[in-house]
Design a protein around this ligand. Structure first.
Ligand code: SF4
Length: 737
């Protein structure tokens, strides 16, 4: 253990505890002890403090108590002659630092008018700094840590020597699918500002997240990691050991320190090392090479800028398999969220706002009709089009394979959106005959053309779906008459698919499919996906499960035989229960496919919605994760998610997808859709058509209008008043409890 590092980290910790104490006293000068302290829209309070101590910091008075604990945790200062500073002392100093920094940052939210953060998902025209991520962001992004599209994050502290180097490092991190969390400054320069100088698009969508100008903003990154453990890992607040170990083994994060390492940086880095996150620095500081708290080295100095990312990935023990798509721009999920504004656009194709036909369609052909790798552009290529042009678009993907089935076509077709958006400077929206793409001027200048749509789709479909796709050819149409001709067959196929899926019922199949993808975060969680009950994240339906099993027979989606029914009303089968018992690490003995009251499915944390019983209404409310406000059950989505998630079975509460709400099997054992008494207005509008159609089948017209929303009711009593007014069916149903 370096004496220099320990000395600096402990000194830094003293400074930062004091800084937070001073800020707190200033806040108490103009606010009572009871003044509310919180990060926006979160059920995790101040998440590092909550995760490590279980303390629910809600007021200035609570902050005072936490800072007292932080001061008590500070180790003795290092004296010239005494060699006391060992790793334990330094780590304690790091934790005291994080608590103090978290309080210090939370105090910035006390006066909304003075808050330095945008509280948005991307920088605004006048402010680069986003501040704390709310729970909506946490849940949306958390799924990427679950499914592996984002293996971790780099916390970038300081600034690169120049803006071009900053862009190179950021792009390399993005290409490795990592999030980039930025804070602090070096010599008046900041990494995020350097990216802004180069017009790099930042925000959660592009995984380049400017948190804050001070080193204390590093707590937003570490708080995100703490919430990952609490939200997806089933770690209980205060179980600091499990929280830190969870991060060490499951969240692949590291710190890139660029510039002069101050005592405050050392102290914060010591906090990060507690999580098992190593520090890679570009300056000549003492190393900490032995392994222990981190998987490999803890502090690695003097790394050249063009080696920093590779070195960090190696030291953190992260295995990244870079994609090998041969196109002239960068490619990776981090570019998925890029938007191309009109002024940056070279051309667009298929914009639905303009009268232009467009489609994308995947179909299976006999093997002799597919020439693997053949890419054809029918109509003008990009070079033949003037800047700003808008043209029709047809993307026809034809595949063959011994194991290919028609049911897999929509699954492959859905990937077009994901794959094309991974190309830097290519933007894709919509699906089927509502698709739309834009090329940026930069991508065009780099050489990206229409033909590369084919290159991307061929490479990715062959790479990720090799078990079912033996051959793939792609044709891109950019002439109106060609698109109008080809679209006829595409539309006929869409209609036929819709009819097939709509007719699928649980009764008609012999097997369901499991999904255990979320077990990396919620070890006991298992989704059972049936034709009428999709995965609770909304991303996987029964056909997806079946295709995924065909593609990777040993993967997270396994067939679950549906045999030996024990309770048809609840949806229980002995074979399913046996499967769930084994796959939930023997934690769950029974599982009901159709009930939220008796043995409901576990909830991992990725659910789109939560249903919760509202006892007074004899019904349930549903809240989706986009609704940040209070609900009639007295909890916000984030608080509900905290209590329901983590792989627990919680009778009376159920995590589920939006799609499931209009399913015939939606909590059918408990009375079905007729129990729904409250939903946020936006959710009502999003599912209005389907839910009304479902209700019409049972003789109820305009059911969605019978459901209260936040504009009509915010308490259970008000929900009941609305129900009485509209004659809600739950009023006459048998008691739920
Ligand atoms: S289907 Fe279930 S287990 Fe699979 S990713 Fe979605 S929520 Fe997680």
């Amino acid at each position: 253990m370096s004496r220099i590092i320990a000395t600096a980290a402990i000194n830094g910790a003293y400074k930062l505890v004091e800084k937070a104490e001073t800020a707190l006293e200033a806040a108490l000068g103009s606010n009572p002890e009871s003044a509310a302290v919180e990060f926006p829209n979160t059920g995790y309070f101040l998440p590092i403090i909550y995760g490590t101590t279980g303390e629910e910091v809600k007021t200035l008075g609570d902050c005072r108590r936490v800072l007292r604990s932080a001061r008590e945790l500070l180790p003795p200062r290092v004296k010239g002659q005494h060699w006391v500073p060992y790793l334990g002392h330094t780590l304690d100093a790091g934790m005291a630092t994080l608590w103090s920094e978290e309080v210090y940052e939370a105090l910035k939210y006390l006066d909304p008018a003075k808050c330095p953060y945008t509280k948005t998902v991307a920088p605004t025209d006048s402010n680069l700094w986003l501040g704390a991520a709310d729970d909506v962001i946490m849940r949306e992004r958390g799924i990427e840590f679950v499914d592996g599209t984002a293996p971790g994050f780099a916390a970038v502290v300081g600034a690169a020597p120049d803006s071009k180097t900053a862009v190179r490092i950021a792009r390399e991190l993005q290409e490795n699918n990592l999030y980039v969390f930025m804070c602090s400054e070096d010599g008046g320069r900041r990494f995020a500002e350097q990216l802004a100088e180069e017009n790099v698009q930042m925000g959660w969508e592009t995984r380049l997240v400017p948190f804050g100008q001070e080193i204390s903003a590093a707590v937003f990154a570490l708080g995100f990691a703490a919430r990952a453990a609490l939200s997806f890992g089933g770690v209980q607040p205060g179980d600091y050991r499990r929280m830190l170990l969870y991060n060490k083994y499951r969240v692949f994060a590291f710190v890139l320190a660029m510039g002069t390492v101050t005592e405050e940086w050392y102290a914060t880095a010591a906090g990060a090392i507690n999580y098992g996150f190593p520090v890679i620095a570009d300056t000549d500081i003492p190393p900490i090479l032995p392994t222990g708290v981190c998987l490999y080295e803890h502090v690695v100095p003097n790394v050249k800028h063009d080696e920093m990312v590779k070195r960090a990935i190696y030291i953190r023990g992260l295995k990244v398999v870079p994609s090998t798509v041969d196109i002239p721009v960068r490619f990776g999920p981090a570019f998925e969220g890029e938007r191309i504004r009109k002024e940056d656009m070279q051309i667009e194709a298929g914009n639905p706002k303009v009268d232009l036909p467009s489609f994308e369609y995947c179909r299976t052909l006999p093997t002799d009709k597919v020439e693997d790798g053949k890419i054809t552009v029918v109509g003008p290529e990009l070079d033949a089009l003037p800047e700003g042009a808008c043209v029709p678009l047809g993307i026809l993907v034809e595949v063959s394979g011994a194991k290919m089935q028609h049911d897999f076509e929509p699954i492959l077709e859905r990937q077009i959106h994901t794959f094309l958006n991974c190309a830097q400077g290519l933007f894709h929206m919509g699906q089927r005959d509502g698709n739309w793409i834009r090329y940026s001027k930069e991508a065009f200048a780099a050489g990206l053309r229409f033909k590369h749509i084919g290159t991307i789709l061929h490479a990715k479909l062959r790479e990720e779906y090799s078990a079912i796709v033996d051959k793939c050819q792609v044709t891109i149409f950019t002439n109106r008459e060609d698109v109008e001709r080809e679209i006829v067959a595409a539309r006929a196929a869409y209609a036929e698919r819709d009819a097939r899926m709509a007719g699928m019922t649980d009764e008609a199949v012999e097997v369901f499919y499991s999904c255990s993808l979320c077990q990396s975060f919620a070890p006991n969680h298992i989704c059972i996906i049936t034709p009428e009950h999709p995965g609770l994240c909304g991303a996987y339906n029964w056909l997806d499960g079946r295709a995924a099993f065909e593609i990777v027979p040993t993967g997270p989606n396994q067939p679950v035989p549906k045999a030996d029914p024990t309770d048809a009303r609840l949806g229980q089968w002995r074979s399913v229960n046996n499967f769930v018992f084994e796959k939930s690490n023997r934690k769950l003995e029974r599982f009901s496919a159709y009930s939220m009251m008796t043995d409901p499915m576990t909830s991992c944390g990725c659910f789109e919605c939560i249903s919760a019983i509202l006892p007074m209404t004899n019904g349930i409310m549903i809240v989706d994760r986009d609704h940040p406000d209070m609900t009639p059950c007295g909890m916000k989505f984030s608080t509900l998610a905290g209590s329901v998630g983590g792989g627990n079975q919680t009778p009376g509460f159920l995590g589920h997808s939006k799609m499931y709400i209009s399913s015939k099997k939606f909590v059918s054992a408990d009375g079905g859709f007729k129990r729904i008494t409250w939903m946020p207005r936006k959710l009502k509008d999003a599912i209005r058509e389907k839910l009304n159609a479902r209700a019409r089948d049972e003789g109820i017209e305009n059911f969605v209008d019978m459901v209260a929303d936040e504009t009509l009711a915010t308490t259970e009593e008000q929900v009941m008043e609305h129900m009485a007014k509209v004659g809600h069916p739950a009023l006459t149903m048998e008691p739920m409890l």
